[in-house]
Design a protein around this ligand. Structure first.
Ligand code: TPP
Length: 465
């Protein structure tokens, strides 16, 4: 499908005399989608690979009564910190005076670095800032396509509500994703975007609980994660240095080349840097990302269930109030780690078996971080009624993921009352404010934005983070 799209664009561009850079490489767009899942959530969006085959439409004779969406922003450029390191690796490569050999030979062909401007760092990729005008993987298009798919499935829930609110953090890329999504819904909807501050001073009234969590320590489980062998990174550097004498790449450079590969695809539509890695190296890199995410923002860190409970508790409240609330559609945009924290509290991807660093587990690994929170990730909570009975279920990145202990309803959903019992058990003894020591940065201890946006204005200043 992508190749037809490209052929049409090429014909149109030729007819209009538009010159397209790197024409010879355009055929590569769409050929790298199989590796997206190995790139630590930095490659473009892909649907959840472990789909059980359950359709995400309302089951036969059932009708949606509420839908909630917690979404990550779309495809973006690297952050300031990883961008700075990437530029250094790029300088090392661009200062190499000999011709490149082996998998880096593409750098001989008039290569231009994919980050065209340092101001692109942290930002969404758009049609305007892409390194290639034919890039089909912009965050901008992803959000717009998502909006049209959302409407195709849920527009009945908006029938009598053309005025409604959508929620976003004040991170610029997150805000921009919400803005593109809203634009694509079309002019018949009068959407008001509530921009909720993600500064720690927001305390519990946030979509981004991670920023309100001073007690969180990203190094708490370093002893486990750092035990994972990084020999594969040494091997990459050794191989490239051998092919290109005097290049002196380090294992830190090797690690960054995975970022290069992932982020370049979101900007150029493809990346020749991805050709540097063997399949085994991609698998090891990907598992290291699962392992480190599991112990920093997932089930392996005791505190994370408390962090995610801030949002989970609010979403359960919205479900309980579905009959009374005017709005039946609740769309919220935030960061990857916040969604991972939320999923950890729900427990959808926690099979109780801790990940370990000794080797890559295959049969025993259910926790694939990039499958849960790729760029443009979207976690839907569906509530529907069938003959006066209500049910709840989750759809993660287009795949229905049943709750393991509660799936007796139609389409493997959970009967509403059982769902509330399930949620109570999951949140027993959890306390976001206490676990995170929220009161050391804010005196706000409740999440209220879903309920007080009508009276309180949420228009926080945008942040470059
Ligand atoms: C529970 C928790 N508290 C604090 C942090 C610190 N932290 C690191 S990244 C981040 C926000 C997410 O940013 P990024 O990794 O750039 O995600 P993206 O915007 O790409 O989704 C926060 C709050 C964390 N990861 N987890």
């Amino acid at each position: 499908m992508l190749s037809t799209f490209i052929a049409v664009l090429l014909a149109l561009s030729a007819a209009q005399g538009i010159s397209i850079p790197q024409l010879d490489k355009i055929g590569k767009i769409g050929t790298q989608e199989k590796i997206f899942r190995f790139l630590a959530g930095n490659a473009p969006y892909f649907p959840y690979p472990g789909d059980y085959g359950i359709p995400s439409d309302a089951p036969e004779a059932c009708e949606f009564t509420q839908v909630q969406v917690i979404a990550r922003h779309g495809e973006r450029y690297p952050s300031n910190s990883s961008g700075e390191k990437l530029f250094n690796t790029w300088y090392k490569l661009s200062n190499y005076t000999k011709a490149f050999n082996g998998s880096l030979a593409f750098l001989n062909d008039d290569y231009s670095f994919f980050i065209g401007d340092v101001n692109y760092l942290e930002q969404e990729t758009t049609l305007e800032n892409s390194a290639n005008p034919l890039n089909p993987y912009t965050g901008e298009m992803d959000a717009k396509i998502h909006a049209r798919r959302f409407l195709a499935q849920y527009s009945a829930l908006l029938e009598n509500t053309t005025n409604f609110s959508v929620f976003s953090t004040n991170s610029e890329r997150v805000h921009d994703t919400a803005k593109y999504f809203i634009e694509a819904l079309g002019p018949q909807y009068k959407v008001s975007l509530q921009v909720v501050d993600e500064e720690p001073s927001s305390g519990a009234n946030t979509i981004s609980a991670g920023y309100s969590c001073p007690a969180w320590n990203g190094d708490a489980y370093d002893n486990i994660t750092e035990a994972f062998s990084d020999d594969y990174l040494e091997e990459i550097a050794t191989r490239l240095n051998k092919e290109n004498p005097g290049l002196n790449l380090t294992k830190n450079d090797s690690f960054l080349l995975f970022d290069w590969c992932a982020f370049e695809i979101s900007s150029r539509g493809y990346s020749d840097m991805c050709g540097v890695f063997t399949p085994d190296e991609l698998i090891k890199y990907s598992y290291y990302d699962d392992l480190s995410s599991y112990y920093t923002d997932g089930p392996g860190y005791w505190m994370i269930k408390d962090v995610g409970a801030n949002l989970f508790n609010a979403t359960v409240k919205l479900l309980k109030q579905s009959e009374e609330l005017d709005q039946r559609v609740w769309l919220s945009f935030t960061h990857d780690t916040d969604i991972l924290n939320y999923l950890t509290t729900i427990g959808l991807f926690d099979d109780g078996r801790p990940l370990n660093a000794s080797s890559v587990p295959f049969r025993d690994n259910f926790f694939h971080k990039s499958w849960q929170i790729p760029m443009g990730a979207r976690v839907y909570t569906q509530k529907f009624t069938c003959s006066n009975e209500s049910f709840v279920r989750y759809v993660v990145n287009d795949a229905v993921i049943p709750i393991e202990t509660c799936s007796s309803g139609p389409g493997f959903s959970c009967p509403e009352d059982e769902f509330y019992k399930f949620a109570d058990v999951r949140m027993q003894n959890l306390d976001f404010v206490k676990a995170c020591n929220v009161t050391s940065v804010s005196n706000i201890t409740q999440l209220t934005y879903y309920w007080d946006f009508g009276t309180k204005k949420y228009n926080a200043t945008l942040l470059d983070e």
